[in-house]
Structures are given as structure tokens and as C-alpha cells.
Design a protein around this ligand. Structure first.
Ligand SMILES: NC(=O)c1ccc[n+]([C@@H]2O[C@H](COP(=O)([O-])OP(=O)(O)OC[C@H]3O[C@@H](n4cnc5c(N)ncnc54)[C@H](O)[C@@H]3O)[C@@H](O)[C@H]2O)c1
Length: 354
């Protein structure tokens, strides 16, 4: 007798290729609001898991599970390397954030989050705004990045961390952390990319900017007196540093041989299309700042419970320290002749005791 219908599209969690001994995977529903969500708690060795909630209209439940498993694991590594007393988790709501989001749906999700009060802290991510986080926080105490109890929008901290990460990369590669006169290609000028470009411009870097969204591009050209290129040409720019701040997967077997910069350091999550692209970058003589290390400023801010000057100062200090962490990774990678992503993974695994 078989209990599983033939059309079942989702690998059983324990057999899923992305399953990595996740401590808990919760499937959450609410019939009234139409909520369908997955919360994945990957590892809590260092403390309660922290990681945002993504609202995305996945084509299948299997895709949503894949994302939840992969993203929550990534948060364990990110939080460990950021020196946070937190493990990794992530949640996904299967819905279109433009069409399906209702207060009832957000609240129904928050009730599920509350059940994990000691084990998982959620926050905003793609499709979830700080207003949504505030709404959740009225129901669940375990919501970060809210305006009342936290530092609000994490993007300024992410941008600050990427800026200091870029300076660390310049120090390692060019022997000088000063970015004045260096040409930097910034791909994606949204919440993080625009703020990053501001830091770079203020230090005297020469910018080439790109975005698929014309208003953001126009604003950047005017503000930074920047050159521009087509978004899919950003990696081809003859520059010192390429900073991907849009979507993931941009570093792959096609783009890596075409990259002119000798440093890749930007905010985008999941920049490497495949794990082996880490080594391909090293082989091409390109110094790569592992994405989850350089873009940890946002989660550092979300992990703060206060919203006063002390919390701001602490989050800023930890975010600036991302530069130091990257220097350690770059030095170890050079000494061991290994790709930077692999070294980052090893350090994280030691910290959370994999
Ligand atoms: N916001 C944070 O605090 C944070 C934290 C960690 C990581 N990240 C990552 O950083 C990246 C940027 O985040 P954000 O919050 O600025 O997002 P955002 O949506 O505000 O900005 C993304 C920008 O990229 C542009 N874009 C989309 N596709 C593009 C393409 N193919 N080429 C060029 N531009 C393109 C968009 O038009 C938009 O202006 C994402 O990968 C995100 O996952 C963000």
C-alpha cells in the first residue's frame, strides 16, 4: 500500500537535497487568511535562530521548502561569522506580496512565529516590509527589525558593512584601504546599493552604476555624477571593484571569465551560482568577499533589541568589524591557497560547532 500520491511534488524533508540536519521545519497554515508558510530552524547551537521572512509566490511547495532549507542554513553561517549569539533560521510565506498580502495573513503567520518564541526570531526580507514586521510584533515577541523595539530598516547597516568590506578587500588586494580614485561598478541601486554608492562616492571612488529600474538609475547618475552601463554588463566594466547589489547567481561559469575587476564585493545574497564558482574566482585571480560575510550588517542590526543610541552604536561597531573578519578570511585564504568562501565556511562551522 502506498500512502503518497503519485503527483506529490515535494521531497520528504529528511530526504530533501537541501536538508542539512535542520533542527525543526514547520509547515504553517491558516484556512481563513489563506496562509501557507514554512519556518525552518537550521541550528541553534549559538542561540535562538534569527533570519527574516520572505514572501514569494513559489510555483510549487517544493520550491518554497528548498528556499527555506537553503536560506536558514545560510543564516547559521552568516550569524556565526558576524559574531552574533544566534543560530540560523528563515521563513517563507507562499504568496504574492503585491496581491495576496493582508493584515490577517501577516497576523496568522505571527501566531505561528510566536510558538517558536525561544527558538526563532523573524524579521523582514523580500516581500516583507518593516510595517509588516511591526504588525507581527504586536502578536509575537520574537520579531526583529521593528521600529518600536529595534533599529528598524536594516539596509543602512548592510550598506555600511559592505562599504567596510570593500575597504578591507582593497587593503588586501591593492595594499591600501582608501578607495579614492578607484573605479567601482555598483549593480543594483536599491535600499542597499544606493546607500553603498553614497559611502563610496563620499570617499572619492569613481562609480559606474546600473539598475533595471530607471528611476533608481537616474537618481544615482545625478547624485554621484556616475557613468552607467546596462545591468547585464555590470561585470564587464573595466574597473577595480565589482559590487553586485541586485540579485543572486551573477557569479557563474559564463560571467567569471569576463569579469575585469580584481575584487568582487557586494551586498547581493547567493552571488555564486554554484559552489565551485568560489574556486573559479580564486583561479581567475579575483578576490571574492563571501556574500554572507560582507552583507551581515542587516542581521546585526535586526539582532539588536533596543532602539536607542547605545543599540545603534553597538550595531555600528559590530558592522564595521565585518572588515576585520574579511581581512582574516582573505589572509587565511591566501596562506592556504584556498578560495575565500571555503575559508569562511570553515570558520563559521568551527564557531557553531558543526
Ligand atoms: N536590505 C538588506 O538589509 C539586505 C541584507 C542582506 C542582503 N541583502 C541583499 O542585497 C541585495 C539588494 O537588497 P536591497 O534591499 O537593496 O533590495 P532592493 O530591492 O531595494 O534593491 C535591488 C535593486 O536591484 C535592482 N535590480 C533588480 N534586478 C537587477 C538586475 N538584473 N540588474 C541590475 N539591477 C537590478 C532593482 O531594480 C533594485 O533597484 C539583495 O540581493 C538582498 O538579498 C540585502
Amino acid at each position: 500500500m502506498t500512502l503518497i500520491p503519485e503527483a506529490f511534488d515535494m521531497a520528504v524533508t529528511f530526504d530533501h537535497p537541501e536538508f542539512d540536519h535542520h533542527e525543526q521545519v514547520l509547515f504553517c497554515t491558516d484556512k481563513k487568511s489563506g496562509l501557507k508558510a514554512i519556518i525552518a530552524v537550521h541550528n541553534t547551537n549559538l542561540g535562538p535562530a534569527i533570519g527574516g521572512c520572505r514572501m514569494w509566490l513559489y510555483e510549487t511547495s517544493g520550491e518554497a521548502l528548498t528556499d527555506a532549507l537553503r536560506l536558514s542554513r545560510g543564516m547559521t553561517y552568516k550569524n556565526a561569522l558576524a559574531g552574533l549569539p544566534h543560530g540560523g533560521g528563515k521563513s517563507v510565506i507562499i504568496a504574492d506580496s503585491h496581491k495576496d498580502k493582508t493584515p490577517e495573513l501577516i497576523e496568522a503567520f505571527a501566531h505561528h512565529v510566536r510558538c517558536l518564541a525561544d527558538r526563532y526570531i523573524t524579521a523582514e526580507d523580500v516581500g516583507i516590509t518593516s510595517d509588516d514586521a511591526d504588525r507581527m510584533a504586536r502578536i509575537a515577541p520574537n520579531v526583529g527589525g521593528t521600529s518600536e523595539q529595534g533599529l528598524g530598516d536594516p539596509s543602512p547597516y548592510t550598506a555600511l558593512g559592505v562599504y567596510h568590506g570593500i575597504k578591507a578587500a582593497a587593503q588586501h588586494k591593492f595594499g591600501d584601504a582608501n578607495l579614492k580614485g578607484l573605479r567601482i561598478s555598483v549593480q543594483g541601486l536599491g535600499n542597499v546599493g544606493f546607500r553603498l554608492a553614497t559611502h563610496l562616492y563620499e570617499e572619492g571612488a569613481i562609480l559606474t552604476v546600473s539598475d533595471v529600474y530607471q528611476p533608481n538609475l537616474d537618481k544615482a547618475i545625478a547624485t554621484f555624477d556616475a557613468d552607467t552601463c546596462a545591468p547585464d554588463q555590470a561585470h564587464l566594466v573595466d574597473c577595480d571593484i565589482f559590487a553586485p547589489c541586485a540579485l543572486g547567481g551573477g557569479l557563474n561559469s559564463k560571467t567569471i571569465p569576463e569579469i575585469k575587476a580584481t575584487v568582487v564585493a557586494g551586498a547581493a545574497n547567493n552571488q555564486l551560482l554554484k559552489a565551485e564558482d568560489d574556486e573559479a574566482l580564486r583561479h581567475a585571480g579575483i578576490l571574492y568577499a563571501p556574500d554572507y560575510v560582507i552583507n551581515a550588517g542587516g542581521v546585526i542590526a535586526v539582532a539588536m533589541t533596543g532602539n536607542d543610541e547605545k543599540a545603534e552604536a553597538e550595531a555600528t561597531e559590530k558592522t564595521v568589524a565585518i572588515g576585520e573578519t574579511l581581512l582574516e578570511i582573505f589572509d587565511a585564504a591566501k596562506a592556504q591557497n584556498q578560495p575565500t568562501g571555503k575559508i569562511a565556511d570553515q570558520i563559521a562551522e568551527q564557531r557553531f560547532d558543526k
